[in-house]
Design a protein around this ligand. Structure first.
Ligand code: AGP
Length: 608
């Protein structure tokens, strides 16, 4: 998703803005740009491709001025090129934008009918053109013009603008997309998140839905959607100043995969009392005993973590679970129940579909809980209770450590729910807690298969596609395995419930299509193995992912095997995530794709 930065400082703004943009790269982008104001004059530089191209443009022709705005673009409207890159500007104003303006076409037509000439094909350029229209034809002040312009625009967005003739003015607004203001000493900043502002300040003010703000170096005025002056709390952000680095790994994804033993241990330590072998949930307004149903919702990998948790909540807490992807849940006519709760799962905490689904659930009287990796995010701030996870910043677009930490947190929550509802005994809790305490060691064990998995991945990289199959808690893992391969190696991959193969997909089986079979030795092992044999009977290439015992029992005549440590059968997803992630990682690096920033993808999807 696009990234926005703004600076009203005392030293040259362009280098500072570039520093901030580097911290927004992880959001995914295809072009970037900066505009500054100096002695009342606006000027800008933009470049397609990597930030290094913009750096080159700036060193060839530096920008002057201690005030400015910057942008990393993830194209929604118009090809990634210099003309469509932000900031978009007229002679009166320069604007950066994150999000989608749904009614941009009609606004553009209206302005073109008035003789306005557009430079780009983006939705975003409507904003500076509209502001200029109000400045020039209705003699508005910059504040009035900005306000009138955002009132006319529909959609989810965040904007920041600087104006010619105004060296000490920045105006910004949000509807849907996140925006934070940073307070310095005689300097002011704004950015899409606290992480991008950390090099400048940790004094952060988050704009709420519909807020807009008039920023000067010594003065800040925030208004709500209705135009009433409001004050928003200033928080001290925990975002680290240092750029997260790769710790010697080739990619952030590889580093994050190898961080899992440590961060999973940190996450479960937030819940587990190791002495009494019990789970303690953080205090807060969420009593599972009173719930008549729990609705779980999320997107992508986070959704698959929720799907695994469905099995756990049903099994340990006997809690009826409704689960759906957020982009569907928010538009469905869900028959919400009176005593229902809703649980949202998200790494970034800014995913627009998940945020909208949360607001829909709240509107329908549900208690709202979330499992979020970014504690200061919009979803965390809008939840009644936030269940912690401790994955730390996740930079690779492909979610890995956040996924396993989500699973670890969800397992703890489901166990506690079972205790609260009296459907899980203290003995069962203790057994599961022992199983959880083993997980960091078993994940470290699973990482040792790295070399073998790299060899297998070299073959998979030549395949036309791949299927993943699994049963029970391994079914969502089959979906996650397919997603990981698709998103970073661009290989067509599908995940199926093993039992579904013979209802159609088995028609695609041939010697060019590997089938990864996720088969921990659990209640579903035998059935999964017989599905694998149906594939092998049709010359399918079966890749068996199981423990030593499982491979001994079913590995013969398979195309390949990956030995995965044996855990508590119901907790196997947290361990089996490792071979799945490594297969995708090595297939992608074999194919030479951009592992950390795959094409067309963004780390946090803040538009619906
Ligand atoms: C996963 O690797 C992807 N990056 C994507 O599916 C992601 O899980 C999804 O966009 C949800 O993001 P969130 O966890 O930040 O809400």
């Amino acid at each position: 998703m696009c990234g926005i930065i703004g600076v009203l400082g005392s030293s040259e703004a362009a280098p500072q803005i570039l520093t901030g943009l580097k911290r927004l790269e992880y959001r995914g982008y295809d072009s970037a740009g900066i505009a500054t104001i100096s002695d009342g004059t606006l000027d800008r530089r933009r470049a397609p491709g990597k930030l290094t191209n913009l750096e080159t443009a700036l060193s060839d022709s530096p920008l002057k001025g201690t005030g400015g705005i910057g942008h990393t673009r993830w194209a929604t409207h118009g090809a990634p090129n210099e003309t469509n890159a932000h900031p978009h500007a007229t002679h009166r104003v320069a604007v950066v934008h994150n999000g989608i303006i749904e009614n941009y076409a009609e606004l553009r037509q209206e302005l073109e009918a008035k003789g306005v000439v557009f430079e780009s094909v983006t939705d975003a350029e409507v904003c500076p053109q509209l502001i200029t229209h109000y400045l020039e034809t209705e003699n508005c002040t910059p504040v009035e013009a900005f306000r009138k312009a955002i009132e006319r625009m529909r959609g989810a967005f965040a904007f920041a603008a600087i104006f010619s003739g105004e060296d000490d003015l920045m105006i910004c607004g949000r509807k849907g997309s996140p925006l934070a203001i940073g307070r310095g000493d005689g300097e002011m900043y704004l950015g899409s998140d606290a992480y991008s502002l950390a090099p400048f300040t940790n004094r952060i003010i988050y704009l709420e839905e519909g807020d807009w703000a008039v920023i000067k170096r010594e003065k800040l005025k925030i208004f709500d959607e209705a135009g009433n002056p409001v004050s928003r709390p200033e928080t001290v952000s925990s975002a680290s100043q240092g750029l997260v680095d790769k710790d010697g790994h080739r990619h952030f994804m590889a580093k994050e995969i190898h961080e899992q033993p440590e961060v999973i241990a940190h996450t479960i330590s937030r819940y587990i009392d190791g002495t009494s072998k019990t789970i303690n949930l953080p205090n807060g307004a969420f009593d599972f005993a009173k719930l008549d149903r729990l609705t779980i919702s999320a997107c992508g990998t986070a959704y698959y973590a929720g799907l695994v948790a469905k099995y756990w909540f049903e099994r340990w807490a006997r809690l009826p679970i409704e689960i759906d992807v957020a982009s569907e849940l928010r538009y469905r006519d869900v028959p919400w129940t009176k005593d229902g709760g809703a649980l949202f799962i998200t790494q970034s905490g800014e995913t627009a579909d998940t945020l909208s689904a949360l607001r829909e659930a709240r509107k329908n009287g549900q208690q709202i809980a979330s499992v979020v990796n970014v504690p200061e995010s919009s979803i965390a701030r809008e939840s009644d209770i936030v269940f912690p996870m401790a994955a730390g910043p996740e930079i690779g677009v492909a979610s890995t450590k956040a996924f396993t930490c989500q699973l670890a947190a969800l397992a703890c929550i489901a166990i506690a729910a079972g205790r609260q509802r009296g459907t899980l005994s203290a003995e069962e809790e203790s057994e599961l807690v022992s199983g959880l305490l083993e997980i960091p060691r078993l994940v470290a064990e699973a990482l040792k298969q790295s070399d073998k998995i790299e060899t297998i991945a070299r073959d998979i990289a030549k395949a036309t596609g791949i299927f993943y199959i699994g049963r029970g808690v391994s079914y969502p893992m089959a979906l996650e395995g397919a997603l990981k391969l698709k998103e970073i190696s661009y290989l067509h991959a599908e995940g199926y419930a093993s039992g579904e193969l013979k209802h159609g997909p088995i028609a695609l089986i041939d010697e060019n299509l590997p089938i990864a079979v996720i088969a921990p030795v659990d209640a579903h092992f035998e059935k999964t193995v017989s599905n694998m044999q149906e594939v092998m009977a049709r010359d399918g290439k079966a890749l068996l992912i199981s423990c030593k015992d499982g491979i001994a029992r079913a590995g013969e005549k398979t195309w390949a095997t990956i030995e995965t440590p044996k855990s508590h059968p119901l907790l196997s997803p947290i361990v089996y995530a490792v071979p799945i992630q490594l297969l995708a990682y090595f297939t992608a690096s074999t194919k030479g794709t951009d592992v950390d920033q795959p094409r067309n993808l963004a780390k946090s999807v803040t538009v619906e």
